[in-house]
Design a protein around this ligand. Structure first.
Ligand code: FAD
Length: 318
């Protein structure tokens, strides 16, 4: 079922959903199920599965030269989606990227998803590979998520890359895209970022999931700005509980989001990461309560591969 249909059917009740990462190559699917199992009690209508593009590593050869290697550390997005739908009978939502994909790769990926009975996709640009500063699209690929949304929407209209295909069948994906209450790290301003967000909606996206934020006011202001710009689709807040002291530096650095001073000081005063985890859970519970009271359609949690803190939050809220 489509995300938009889940929202329509919830009759105003806030739904619980979460995102998981495929395991590192070499681990089995049990590690994924072990994380999902305890969360099923809170009846998520769907589970997102992230996509991780290739990385470049350098291996030193005997002659001292370096050999460039391409590795995908977390493959398996599509397989995990199929396994989730099969085991739990809930919708699995794969993330799909511009990065590392040609248009042909994208089309074939979408055909696989359609055959598997997947109804939703989250369309993203992806970040630059680690060895590069700026994102570089494949020669025959997309530069921006809005272009990727257009290709998915074309397929929804039965338009394949080979326009001469006869009797081609249309897909029916509901498309989600990313939004950034504190603006995307490369955007010159929040207004320009929202301008391009609107482009993704115009291209066919039907809902937005936000980057994590730790101050609800940032989300409320963002929604207000989007509505003023004529963006009417659901804007699903994405939440992540802080779990380690190291994240105080890592989160602002990697995601370019601010942490409120009160939260920072509470974490700084913690004796160990067990205490930090508890602070993160309590902060996220307060955020969740306020967002539910404000009537958000869904609370979407970033599990980052671990579910025990998400479970503690869900227990209080759902
Ligand atoms: P876009 O919407 O293409 O925007 C990228 C930048 O370009 C923005 O600054 C925007 O303002 C600007 N821009 C857009 N269109 C134009 C234009 N036409 N001209 C000029 N500028 C333009 N990454 C992964 O690798 N895997 C995942 O599974 C994943 N899941 C995510 C889920 C969510 C909910 C979020 C919020 C992020 C996720 N990401 C994931 C990270 C995401 O790929 C990065 O944040 C990436 O840098 C931007 O992706 P985007 O889809 O927002 O890009």
């Amino acid at each position: 079922m489509k995300v938009t249909e889940h929202i329509a059917q919830s009759e105003g009740k806030t739904l619980f959903t979460f995102e998981i990462l495929p395991p590192l190559k070499g681990q089995d699917i049990k590690s994924i199920f072990d994380n999902i199992d305890p969360l099923m009690e809170y009846k998520p209508p769907f589970i997102d599965v992230t996509y991780h593009r290739e990385e470049y590593t350098f291996k030193e050869l005997e002659n001292g030269l370096l050999k460039k290697q391409v590795v995908k550390k977390r493959p398996g997005t599509v397989g995990i989606c199929a396994a989730i739908q099969n085991k739990y009978s809930v919708d699995a939502i794969p993330h799909i990227l511009c990065g590392g994909f040609t248009k042909e790769d994208t089309e074939n990926f979408l055909i696989d998803l359609d055959f598997l009975g997947i109804d939703n996709v989250v369309a993203l640009r992806g970040d630059a590979v680690k060895s590069e500063i700026y994102f570089k699209a494949e020669k025959e690929g997309h530069r921006y998520a809005s272009e990727l949304v257009s290709q998915i929407q074309d397929l929804n209209n039965g338009k394949y890359l080979d326009e001469e295909l006869q009797n081609s069948s249309a897909t029916d994906f509901c498309i989600g895209v990313a939004g950034y209450p504190e603006k995307h790290m490369e955007a010159p301003s929040l207004d320009s970022d929202i301008h391009f967000l609107k482009k993704k909606i115009k291209a066919g996206a039907e809902y937005i999931v936000t980057q994590m934020f730790f101050d609800n006011q940032k989300y409320f202001d963002f929604v207000e700005k989007c509505r003023k710009e004529g963006i009417t689709v659901p804007i699903i807040p994405g939440l992540k509980p802080i779990a380690t002291r190291k994240q105080l530096n890592l989160i602002p650095h990697r995601f370019k989001v601010d942490l409120p001073d009160d939260l920072i000081m509470e974490v700084v005063r913690c004796k160990d990461n067990k205490a930090v985890r508890q602070v993160g859970i309590e902060w996220c519970i307060q955020q969740s309560k306020e967002l539910v009271a404000a009537g958000v359609p869904i609370l979407h949690y970033y599990s980052m591969g671990r579910s025990s803190n998400i479970e503690a939050i869900a227990k209080e809220i759902f």
